[in-house]
Design a protein around this ligand. Structure first.
Ligand code: NAD
Length: 260
C-alpha cells in the first residue's frame, strides 16, 4: 500500500513524551514517519524529542529533533525556520502541546492563567503564523491543533484556564480554516477524550490514586476503555493526508463516545 504521507514534511510541536510510554505527540510523530513523512520533532526537552527521533530512525524513517519552548514565540519561529532549512517545505503542522493548571474561578491566579494561555493558545497561533506563509507559497498545507473534550462541556477536573484556552483554540481553528481555504491551507482540531497516556497518569500523585483513577476513566468510556495515543495518531494521520483534502474547520472528537 502506498504511504499516505509520501514526500511530505511535518513539524510536530510537542513530539516527545513526559513519561516512558508513548504520548499523543510521539505517537503522531512516529505514525506520520511510518507513512512516509519527514518529521521535525519539536519539544522543550531535546532528550524527549531525541527519543522519538530514535524510534523513527530505528523503524527506517526520517526525522530530526529541535529544542524549543512554545512559551517563547521566537523559539517557535526558529522551529519552523529549521523545518524549512532542513527539509525545504512544511506540509503538516501538528500543534500538540497543552498544559493544565489547577484552579476553578476563585482559585486561578493571573500567572497560571497567562501561562496556560501562552502555551495552549498563543503557541498554536504563533506556530500557525510562522507556517502559513510557507504553506500558501507551496500551494497548500494541513494544520492540526490538539484541543480536548473539556472545551465542550463540564469537566470534573477543576482546570478553568485549560478548558477555556482549548475552547478558544477550537474557535481559532475555524477562523484560520475559513481565512486560508482559498489557498488550500486546511486547519482542523482534534478533541481527545480520556486518553491513557503518561500525561493523564501525571495528573495523579500516588500510584494507588492513579490505578484507581485509570479504572474509573475506563469505566466512564462507553467502549469500556480509555483511548490510546495511537487512536489520536490515526485521527491526525487522516487530517494530515489527502484523504481529508476537502475537510477544514472540523472539530474532530476522538473519545469513543464519551460526549454522546
Ligand atoms: N491524555 C489525555 O487524556 C488528553 C485528553 C485531552 C487532551 N489532551 C491533549 O493532548 C496533548 C498532550 O498530550 P501528550 O500525551 O502528547 O502529552 P505530554 O505531556 O507527554 O506532552 C508531549 C510533549 O510536549 C512537551 N512540552 C511540554 N511543554 C512544552 C513547551 N512549553 N514547549 C515545547 N514542548 C513542550 C513535553 O516535553 C512532551 O515531550 C495536550 O494538548 C492535551 O491537552 C490529552
Amino acid at each position: 500500500m502506498a504511504e499516505r504521507l509520501r514526500n511530505r514534511v511535518a513539524a510536530v510541536i510537542g513530539a516527545g513524551s513526559i513519561g516512558s510510554g508513548p504520548s499523543n505527540g510521539s505517537a503522531v510523530a512516529t505514525t506520520f514517519a511510518r507513512e512516509g513523512a519527514k518529521v521535525l520533532c519539536v519539544d522543550i526537552s531535546e532528550a524527549a524529542a531525541g527519543r522519538t527521533v530514535a524510534e523513527i530512525e530505528a523503524a527506517g524513517g526520517t526525522a530530526s529533533a529541535f529544542a524549543a519552548d512554545v512559551a517563547d514565540t521566537t523559539q517557535i519561529d526558529a522551529a519552523i525556520a529549521a523545518c524549512m532549512d532542513r527539509y525545504g517545505r512544511i506540509d503538516v503542522l501538528h500543534y500538540n502541546v497543552g498544559i493544565e493548571a489547577f484552579g476553578e474561578l476563585t482559585q486561578v491566579t493571573d500567572e497560571s492563567w497567562d501561562r496556560v494561555f501562552d502555551i495552549n493558545l498563543k503557541g498554536a497561533m504563533a506556530a500557525g503564523r510562522a507556517a502559513v506563509p510557507h504553506m500558501i507559497a507551496q500551494g497548500g498545507g494541513s494544520i492540526i491543533n490538539v484541543s480536548s473534550i473539556a472545551s465542550l462541556r463540564w469537566s470534573a477536573m477543576q482546570f478553568l484556564s485549560y478548558n477555556v484556552s482549548k475552547a478558544a483554540l477550537n474557535r481559532m481553528t475555524k477562523v484560520v480554516a475559513r481565512q486560508y481555504a482559498p489557498h488550500q491551507v486546511r486547519c482542523n482540531v482534534i478533541l481527545p477524550g480520556l486518553i491513557n497516556s503518561p500525561h493523564a497518569a501525571a495528573l495523579f500523585d500516588t500510584e494507588e490514586e492513579r490505578d484507581e483513577a485509570m479504572k474509573a476513566r475506563d469505566a466512564r468510556c462507553p467502549m469500556g476503555r480509555q483511548g490510546t495515543p495511537e487512536d489520536i495518531a490515526m485521527a491526525a494521520l487522516f487530517l494530515a493526508s489527502d484523504e481529508s483534502r476537502y475537510i477544514t474547520g472540523l472539530e474532530m472528537v476522538v473519545d469513543g463516545g464519551v460526549t454522546l
